[in-house]
Design a protein around this ligand. Structure first.
Ligand code: CDP
Length: 223
């Protein structure tokens, strides 16, 4: 039987990465940041001189994805985020990354997986689903500070424009758009500190885990 899978979806800079890392530590589960896969494909396609809006170029980069590339710090840049969202619209790209993500979800111990389509496409049967969001202004401020911390000089207004454009592209695309799964619990972190968001996520997942344990006929346990 599949392990305990926690699906965490949400828009750019919503806090889902931090929330996911906290949950992975708490439940001692492996974590997969699927955004990194799309970032790696976008960066690889660009480096190969490909056209990110061309499904053939982007699809070829996705099929040739080298998992070693996921450690590249260049994937954390603003440019890589934009490249990721451009290649992510192509069904060819999503198909090439599907098996890897589903296999990760199906591994014995369970997993924490974060992205845009985890609760809807990758792991629709996940026993715990969160949709983490925050206002565009709050998300832009977080991303802006993060980029400055990485040494990337950029204006707040430009980051806000990035966020809005990415939201529109990610939610408006035909293939696996960013959408809250019907059974995902909404967590709006606009007014929360990191600790508060982590705590709220833990409470949501604890409740889901208790239901999951019961449905498997086991005694509820605390991690
Ligand atoms: O950290 P941030 O939220 O900015 O981005 P990310 O999670 O690294 O994802 C980068 C881009 O990859 C997103 O804007 C999506 O277009 C795409 N993506 C996706 O389509 N599906 C996923 N499961 C994860 C990311």
């Amino acid at each position: 039987m599949a392990g305990f899978v926690i699906a965490v979806d949400g828009p750019a800079a919503s806090g889902k990465g931090t929330v996911s890392a906290g949950l992975a530590r708490l439940y001692d589960l492996p974590m997969l940041d699927t955004g990194l896969l799309y970032r790696a494909v976008g960066v690889a396609a660009a480096r190969a001189g490909g056209n990110l809006d061309d499904p053939a170029d982007a699809g070829a980069a996705a099929r040739a994805l080298d998992l070693e590339a996921l450690h590249d710090p260049a994937l954390r840049t603003r440019e890589a985020g934009e490249a990721a969202s451009r290649v992510a619209v192509h069904p060819e790209v999503r198909a090439a990354l599907l098996d890897l993500q589903r296999a990760f979800a199906a591994r014995g111990p369970g997993a924490v997986i974060d992205g845009r389509d985890i609760g809807t496409v990758i792991a629709p049967d996940a026993p715990a689903k969160l949709f983490v969001t925050a206002s565009p202004q709050v998300r832009a401020e977080r991303r802006w500070r993060q980029l400055l911390g990485q040494g990337e000089a950029v204006e707040y207004e430009a980051v806000l424009a990035d966020i809005r454009r990415r939201d529109e592209r990610d939610s408006g695309r035909a293939a696996a758009p960013l959408v809250r799964a019907a059974d995902a619990v909404l967590l709006d972190t606009s007014e929360m500190t990191i600790d508060e968001a982590a705590d709220a996520a833990r409470r949501i997942v604890e409740a889901a885990r208790a239901r999951w344990e019961t449905s498997r006929g086991a005694n509820p346990t605390t991690p």
